[in-house]
Write a protein that binds this ligand. Structure first.
Ligand code: HDD
Length: 712
């Protein structure tokens, strides 16, 4: 992660946005017509005690605007956070793509990225168990390219036709509007258990990927197979990957639940603060390339969006990097109004026939019309491309341009035939000429029928601790279902993925794994289809494990931006404090002082330290690690407040790195620390380097089993 405090955020897009920015500094209040206003507190009345006059145009303007401030939230991905940045290409991939963004290494392409949860409303919690949206708008010199992906490499369904069913099943139940931002309820599992194509994304949803530590610490995936087209018109299949420089890390479910109460804006705040403090998040862009002639060489169909291509089979080639270096100026104008459309592509990139992707190409434009209210949504500053646009589309609500001239049609002679058609030599887009010889048919390809092999590959590839978290998640989610027949059907289906996993989940639910099931496994097919043809076959094992699927194999290189709570009261040892916090800050960690009260605390040398949070206003789950320096008076004061002991016990439970020096160790002894012998992430009177190493490992999962016995 880059750490540049200087603002190098300017780009063609930022310059374009600046034209629309409005300063309030040193300005006089006016109406929207520019009339200077000297009272915005009182309406115009007949007499001091009213009544209010209809004449009051100032009141009407203010209230009318307020009455219409809200627009519909996104039907999915309503809650999100965005940031500006840029994309740089490491090396040209001209052999695969003619896109300028993939051939010109001298470019710094402006981007706007928006990360989101899927199911929850705009005001819901960041730490819901959910897929995260990972949408990137790349303002290229050849037009805007939107890569609208998620933080998981596959999707729940294979055909866009099923999207409304999926979303209706996961969203709050229609009679009571419960639960908010949660998949743990009857309607979701009723649908899942009858639509086995969902199982792969479903098992990822049960994994730690669904509760990221930070938006900066998650991968992004384009999911669909796309095409890259080179200047000879040749096509290669491609999958896009965003790999975070900080590695892929998550919190535990217990933390997620508590963070939702302590700070429901946890991810949004984390992204904002990181960029604001100059710790710019970075992701490398990777591609998996499959030659046209290899389309059918896999055990799965490349057009099936519920399948990933294991990195062990087709390695990810890293080709560039995205850096986010500027927060939005205004949430509504930028993050809320940004409109991503998978149909926004540029020459050198094209679609495949993935039926989910094909349906998306319709849905996103359509939804902007009800969300942003006009076919001119592309004219909103954040949505404008950085290159000029010319065509004969005219008028519509909120038209911002003033197209000149007598003609708005093509062909014309009056305007010299302009705007004239672009030639291929001028960079025109043309669709890949794919040969198609088929009958028109409403069906699902049988090559999409394998629903168990990849969920099983995912489960096998996880480390023990990840499998444990996943098992607990299934028990939690299915435990929230009130219909036993739904729970049992899910157990039967999970057993097709892994018998042992299903047995463990069944134990947690107090049920038995059923030996058979009444209805066909997959009911998501047409009424007149030959049902037997569309039942998922038994799982295949074409790869034992794919290491890239486990977070145990991610990067553990840095402690930059990790939040370290330092617990101190008056009289803390300045020597201990300085030695440790200097070392932590040098590595880019964010040191936060947590004290019995707000204001300042005094060190044993008489100097004062500003408190970041009084213990009553903060929670252990908001930090990655904690440190307690020595100082008798300080430690005695901390011992008097039970919350400090809870703070430590929670950090222990969540397998975090903990360090203490001198008398600080005594405070630890009041916690459950004595249960943990030879724990690599408990650093008592050690050099800072050991603590730093422990924080960089994210968590000490070796502690997990024992930590579960801590009753907090
Ligand atoms: Fe979607 C928003 C990602 C399938 C219909 N989707 C939306 C966003 C993301 C995704 C990240 C939020 C964009 C933003 O930040 O504004 N969606 C996906 C992925 C999918 C997917 C990765 C499968 C691979 N989506 C999908 C299907 C349909 C939609 C199959 C409909 C047929 N998605 C929408 C939408 C949204 C949307 C209703 C809501 C707001 C918006 O588009 O702009 O049109």
């Amino acid at each position: 992660m880059a750490n540049k405090k200087t603002d190098n955020s300017s780009s063609k897009k930022i310059e374009d946005l600046k034209k629309f920015e409005k300063e309030t500094k040193d300005t006089v209040m006016t109406t929207n017509q520019g009339l200077k206003v000297n009272d915005t507190n009182n309406s115009l009345k007949s007499g001091e005690r009213g009544s209010t006059l209809l004449e009051d145009f100032l009141l009407r303007e203010k209230i009318t605007h307020f009455d219409h401030e809200r627009i519909p939230e996104r039907i999915v991905h309503a809650r999100g956070s965005g940031a500006h940045g840029y994309f740089e290409l490491y090396e040209s991939i001209a052999e695969y793509s003619k896109a300028g963004i993939f051939t010109d290494t001298s470019r710094k392409t402006p981007v706007f990225a928006r990360f989101s949860t899927v199911a929850g409303s705009k005001g819901s919690t960041d730490l819901a168990r959910d897929v995260r949206g990972f949408a990137v708008k790349l303002y290229t010199e050849e037009g805007t390219w939107d890569l609208v992906g998620n933080n998981m490499p596959i999707f729940f369904i294979q055909d866009a036709m099923k999207f409304p069913d999926l979303i209706h099943a996961v969203k709050p139940e229609p009679n009571k509007e419960i639960p908010q931002a949660a998949s743990a309820h009857d309607t979701f599992y009723d649908f899942i258990s009858r639509t086995t194509e969902t199982l792969h994304n479903q098992i990822w949803l049960m994994s730690d990927r669904a509760i990221p530590r930070s938006l900066r610490m998650m991968e992004g995936f384009g999911i669909h197979t796309f095409r890259l087209i080179n200047d000879k018109g040749e096509s290669h299949f491609v999958k896009f990957h965003w790999k975070p420089k900080l590695g892929v890390h998550s919190v535990t479910w217990d933390e997620a639940v508590k963070i939702s109460g302590a700070d429901s804006d946890f991810h949004r705040r984390d992204l904002w603060d990181a960029i604001d403090s100059g710790h710019f998040p970075e992701w490398e862009l990777g591609i998996q390339i499959v030659a046209q002639e290899d389309e059918h060489k896999f055990d799965f169909d490349l057009l099936d969006p519920t399948k990933l291509i294991p990195e062990d089979m087709v390695p990810v080639k890293i080709i560039g990097k995205m850096t986010l270096n500027k927060n939005p100026e205004n949430f509504f104008a930028e993050t809320e109004q940004v409109a991503f459309l998978p149909g926004h592509i540029v020459p050198g990139i094209d679609f495949s026939n993935d039926p989910l992707l094909q349906g998306r190409l319709f849905s996103y434009r359509d939804t902007q019309l009800s969300r942003l209210g006009s076919p001119n949504f592309h004219q909103i500053p954040i949505n404008r491309p950085i290159v000029p646009t010319h065509n004969n589309q005219r008028d519509g609500h909120m038209q911002m341009d003033i197209p000149k001239g007598q003609t708005a049609y093509f062909p014309n002679s009056i305007s010299g035939g302009c705007p004239h058609l672009a030639k291929m030599s001028e960079g025109a887009f043309t669709s890949y000429e794919e040969r198609i010889d088929a009958k028109k048919i409403r069906t699902r390809s049988e090559s999409f029928s394998d629903h168990f092999s990849q969920p099983a590959l995912f489960y096998r590839s996880l480390a023990d601790w990840e499998q444990q978290h996943l098992t607990d998640a299934y028990i939690f989610e299915l435990g929230k279902c009130t219909h036993q027949h739904i729970q049992e059907r899910m157990l039967y289906i999970i057993a097709q993925i892994d018998q042992d996993l299903s047995e463990k989940v069944a134990k947690g639910l107090g049920l038995k794994v059923p030996k058979s099931i009444d209805k066909p496994l997959n009911q998501a097919i047409g009424a007149d289809a030959d049902v037997s043809k569309f039942q998922p076959p038994k799982k295949k094992i074409y790869l034992e494990k794919d290491p890239a699927l486990s977070q145990a194999n991610t990067k553990f290189e840095t402690i930059a931006t990790r939040q370290v709570a330092v617990l101190i009261g008056d009289g803390f040892s300045m020597k201990d404090f300085k030695k440790m916090t200097d070392a932590l800050k040098k590595e880019g960690a964010m040191v936060k002082i947590v004290a019995p009260h707000g204001g300042t605390v005094k060190g044993d040398d008489g100097s004062e330290q500003k408190v970041d949070a009084a213990v009553a206003t903060t929670e252990s789950v908001l930090y990655d690690a904690l440190y307690i320096p020595g100082g008798k008076e300080s430690v005695n004061t901390l011992k008097e407040t039970a919350k400090f002991i809870k703070f430590i016990n929670e950090a222990l439970k969540h397998c975090k790195a903990i360090a203490a020096d001198h008398e600080g160790v005594e405070l630890l002894e009041a916690s459950y620390v004595s249960k943990f012998k030879d724990d690599a992430a408990i650093c008592l009177n050690t050099e800072p380097a050991k603590f730093i190493k422990a924080i960089s490992q994210h968590r000490n999962w070796k502690r997990m089993k024992l930590a579960e016995t801590i009753p907090v």
